[in-house]
Design a protein around this ligand. Structure first.
Ligand SMILES: NC(=O)c1ccc[n+]([C@@H]2O[C@H](COP(=O)([O-])OP(=O)(O)OC[C@H]3O[C@@H](n4cnc5c(N)ncnc54)[C@H](OP(=O)(O)O)[C@@H]3O)[C@@H](O)[C@H]2O)c1
Length: 334
């Protein structure tokens, strides 16, 4: 797999980041290890997790430690910490995952964002230690703020993250689920206080774009203004949910996708058909085409692969072998 520079740093990472969100829950230990081995054998090194993955799977048996725990076990058993560029996140862990479900074990989703632990200095200090323990390592390569916290001044968060860099617990910092204005404010604070700014932005991004009036909650699907900011400031961009839960080429999945109303439009239907037709011509799947398209966009995007099964992972990862021409890119647009 190709390696790319992480923004304007001298750090090289794989062109795909492996989304480890469901490792240790939907994906059992055995398959998780097989996927991690396969990804590393192909030259992949970039792993993405968070301190809350994936508490929502099942009916109350998980609390959000599971993905970091399985990665920690993997790194320890394989002794390969130096082969991995490890990213995790803080801020969206639930204060108490045991009280977020009703009597039947169903998540009360309307309460979730109010239950986030947030980005105070005390939370970050406590949670980085928990993440390091679960990951069985003494440093995190990339530490993200998971969701913007309206209740804590950005200065407090950035000061704390910078202390972690100085202490060697964290190498680079990133932000996720944040607006362009909030990113600009963060950059200004860092300029004034001579702090290390965010190197990485991780946002939802796919081939379809949400309708202008869609209420996406905490999510800020990346737009051109955001990409401009990333490029001008030498940041790297990582796309989460690049396949919008696998809807490309699969109309049943689209119909069952909980956020489909955000994307439903004539333009989206046009793009879905375009992807289906071109994928059929090229003898690949619509999902592979979307991932191959994303790999070729400028400025560069690192897609984070999502999957809950081995066969999905294998289909998606093989998109790195697909070479699209400039004609294909022009036809698809963005
Ligand atoms: N920063 C954030 O807030 C944030 C949010 C979300 C994710 N992430 C990161 O981004 C990674 C990827 O996100 P995501 O899981 O939402 O990605 P995604 O691209 O939306 O794909 C996820 C789901 O799509 C379906 N899928 C994927 N490949 C498929 C295939 N080849 N065939 C059929 N179905 C397929 C699967 O659904 P089923 O399981 O239903 O089969 C899979 O679980 C995560 O692992 C996590 O590391 C970050």
């Amino acid at each position: 797999m190709k390696q790319v520079y992480l923004g304007n740093s001298m750090e090289k990472v794989s062109e795909f980041c492996l989304g480890c969100m469901l490792l240790g829950t939907s994906v059992d230990k055995n398959v998780s290890f097989q996927i991690l081995d396969h990804f590393l054998d192909l030259g992949g090194n970039f792993l993405d997790t968070a301190n809350c993955y994936a508490w929502w799977v099942g009916t109350g048996e998980y609390i959000g430690d599971e993905s970091e725990n399985i990665l920690g076990q993997y790194i320890k058993e394989r002794g390969n910490r130096d082969k991995i560029f490890l990213a995790t996140k803080v801020g969206a862990r639930l204060k108490d995952p045991y009280t977020i479900r009703d009597a039947n074990g169903a998540t009360e989703w309307d309460r979730v964002t109010k239950e986030y632990e947030g980005l105070s200095a005390a939370t970050i200090r406590r949670e980085v230690e928990h993440s390091l323990r679960r990951l069985k390592t003494d440093y995190i390569d990339l530490y993200y703020t998971h969701v913007f916290d309206n209740n804590i001044p950005q200065e407090e968060t950035l000061d704390t993250l910078n202390s972690l860099i100085k202490e060697g617990k964290v190498r680079y910092i990133g932000a996720s689920n944040i607006s362009t204005n909030q990113l600009m404010e963060a950059k200004n604070i860092c300029d004034i206080k001579h702090l290390t700014p965010y190197l990485v932005l991780q946002q939802e991004f796919s081939y379809l774009h949400p309708n202008k009036d869609a209420d996406q909650g905490i999510t800020r699907h990346a737009d051109e203004e955001m990409f401009d900011f990333v490029e001008k400031n030498g940041m790297a961009f990582l796309a989460y949910s690049p396949l919008l839960k696998g809807i490309y080429g699969d109309y049943e999945r689209k119909n069952n996708y909980y956020n489909w109303s955000h994307f439903s439009s004539e333009e989206s239907f046009r793009k879905l058909k375009l992807v289906d037709d071109l994928a059929a011509d090229l003898g690949i799947t619509a999902r592979q085409l979307v991932l191959a398209w994303m790999l070729k966009l400028k400025p560069a995007i690192i897609p984070i692969l999502g999957f809950s099964r081995m066969d999905q992972y294998l289909e998606n990862i093989s998109a790195s072998d697909i070479k699209l021409t400039e004609e294909h890119m022009a036809l698809l647009g963005r």
